[in-house]
Each structure stands twice: as structure tokens, then as C-alpha cells.
Design a binder for this molecule. Structure first.
Ligand SMILES: C[S@@+](CC[C@H](N)C(=O)[O-])C[C@H]1O[C@@H](n2cnc3c(N)ncnc32)[C@H](O)[C@@H]1O
Length: 273
């Protein structure tokens, strides 16, 4: 891999530090207890980072998201890691998606999610919008929130650039799909993942420990697409079988493979039995 490409992410890191360090220091001065709460401190920094990176990251993936989310999302949608500015909701077709549930543990992001959801026609007042402060690992709390429903409540799960930030994401997502996604429901994902190129993967592993410190746990070296593909569930006899009845995976058009942020896009349909 060309050295210039391998170190390009230092530019992003520099930009993030420039944009988010000062506002984070101000937050710490206003609330010194943050220093004793590393997770909240990291979320505070990430909220400032996303103010700078969120819109550009969204714009760079507009075509992918239209082909994935606008085309396929339907019914009751759970957006895992709705993040910051609730970009996913802006891609939903209001007539096809009647409820949008934003799962975002970073409560500093909630106001922006609410604003974008309201502009897209989803409001808490009429029950078409729910914003949950939980992590994806809290399936029981997610189900309880939609307690009027029997069985898994969601028709569509969406994950956009989020699995990389979730610890033990294969186990967490397997449980989420098993417990909250309806049989025949779909998982739509757009994630940056571990590259199949050994040289790129080496740099992704090299940078991940540093990157995750500044970007709220985000790792560059997660083979999320392979983990999703390999997700299993026990059948009625206790034998493990694939969770999926249909799977489609594709890439981001025009994206070079010599890239630390190499993306996979997928639509997976959950087995009916
Ligand atoms: C890079 S941002 C994702 C951006 C967003 N989905 C978008 O498309 O603009 C990653 C998000 O995942 C969220 N996150 C981190 N850990 C999580 C968890 N355990 N469960 C759900 N979301 C999580 C973070 O708070 C952060 O907002």
C-alpha cells in the first residue's frame, strides 16, 4: 500500500483534534467530573467530531444510501447507532416506513436526531419517532419500549458505520437480529470493514488502537460483513443454521481497494422459521 494512503488518516485525525479538542476542554472546564467518566468524555469528543465530519461523511455515501435505505427500508425501522445528526432518517420514504426508532447511546446526539426526524415527518408526539438512549447490546430494553407488540417488533434494521464502534459486535448483532427483527425482516448495512488486501489490513490493524481512542471505540479492522454473513441460530432441534434466507453484498461504486476505509453494503433477509 502506498505510504501516502496508509498515513492519510492522520489528516482526518488532525482535523478531528483541531475541531473537537477545544470544545471538549470547554465542556470539561464546565463539568470537571467528566474526567472521571471516560466513556462520557469520549462521547462528548465524538459529538464534536461528528459536527465536523457528519455532513461530509453522509454526502460521500448519498448514492449508496439511496440504493440501500431509500429503496429497501420499510415498516418499523430500527436505526442502530443513529448517531449525531440522524442522517439515516433523511433517506426514509415516509409512506413506506411508518415508525422510525433511533438507537443512540450518546445522548448528546439526540437533539440533532430529533430535528432531522421531525423534518422527515416523524414525531414523538404521534408515536412515529422513538429515540432510545441504549446500546445495541440492550435488546430486552429495546423490545420493552415497543411493549405493545407481540414478538420481534422490527421489519428493518439499519446499521450505517456503527458496527465498528460496538464491542463484540458479532455477538451483539446476532442477538439483536434474533430478538428484535421479525422473521422475513431485513438487515441493511453500510460499514467500513477489514480489507481483503493483506497490506491494507496490516495498516488497518496498525491504526485501530489509536483511532478508537479518538473516535469513540471505532476500529478499522472489523470484518463486519463476514461476521454478518456467518451469523447462525439454532433451529427447533438445536442444530445451528444460517440466520439468513437471502443475502446480497456489494461495494461502494468507484471506491479503490487501496483504502483504509473500505466499505461493504448489504441487504440480508432473516429466515422465516
Ligand atoms: C460513526 S457514528 C455512525 C454514524 C451514523 N449511523 C450515520 O450514518 O451518520 C457511530 C455511532 O455508533 C454509536 N454507538 C457506539 N456504540 C454503540 C452501541 N453499543 N450501540 C449502538 N450505537 C453505538 C455512537 O454513539 C456513534 O454515534
Amino acid at each position: 500500500m502506498k505510504l501516502s494512503l496508509a498515513v492519510a488518516l492522520l489528516g482526518d485525525l488532525n482535523l478531528a483534534l483541531k475541531a473537537a479538542l477545544l470544545p471538549t476542554v470547554r465542556d470539561v472546564i464546565a463539568r470537571p467530573k467528566l474526567l472521571l467518566m471516560p466513556k462520557i468524555l469520549s462521547q462528548t469528543f465524538m459529538a464534536h467530531v461528528w459536527t465536523v465530519f457528519g455532513a461530509g461523511t453522509d454526502e460521500a455515501a448519498r448514492a449508496v444510501k439511496e440504493n440501500l435505505i431509500t429503496l429497501h427500508a420499510r415498516g418499523v425501522v430500527l436505526d442502530i447507532g443513529a448517531a449525531g445528526h440522524g442522517h439515516t432518517v433523511t433517506y426514509l420514504q415516509r409512506r413506506k416506513v411508518h415508525k422510525y426508532v433511533a438507537l443512540e447511546p450518546n445522548v448528546l446526539m439526540h437533539q440533532r436526531i430529533r430535528e432531522n426526524a421531525n423534518l422527515a415527518g416523524y414525531t414523538e408526539g404521534n408515536g412515529s419517532l422513538i429515540i432510545l438512549p441504549y446500546g445495541a447490546d440492550n435488546a430486552p430494553a429495546i423490545i420493552q419500549t415497543l411493549s405493545s407488540v407481540d414478538g420481534p417488533p422490527f421489519d428493518t434494521l439499519v446499521s450505517v458505520l456503527t458496527m465498528c464502534s460496538i464491542r463484540d459486535s458479532q455477538r451483539v448483532l446476532t442477538r439483536l437480529v434474533a430478538e428484535v427483527l421479525k422473521p422475513g425482516g431485513q438487515l441493511l448495512f453500510y460499514e467500513h470493514v477489514l480489507s481483503p488486501r493483506a497490506d491494507v489490513a496490516w495498516w488497518q490493524r496498525f491504526w485501530s488502537p489509536l483511532w478508537k481512542v479518538w473516535f469513540d471505540g471505532c476500529r478499522l479492522d472489523c470484518p463486519t460483513h463476514l461476521w454478518i454473513d456467518g451469523m447462525m441460530t439454532p433451529d427447533v432441534h438445536g442444530t445451528l443454521k444460517s440466520m439468513w434466507s437471502e443475502r446480497k453484498v456489494w461495494g461502494k461504486e468507484g471506491e479503490p481497494d487501496e483504502n483504509l476505509f473500505w466499505h461493504r453494503v448489504g441487504q440480508y433477509i432473516k429466515n422465516v422459521e
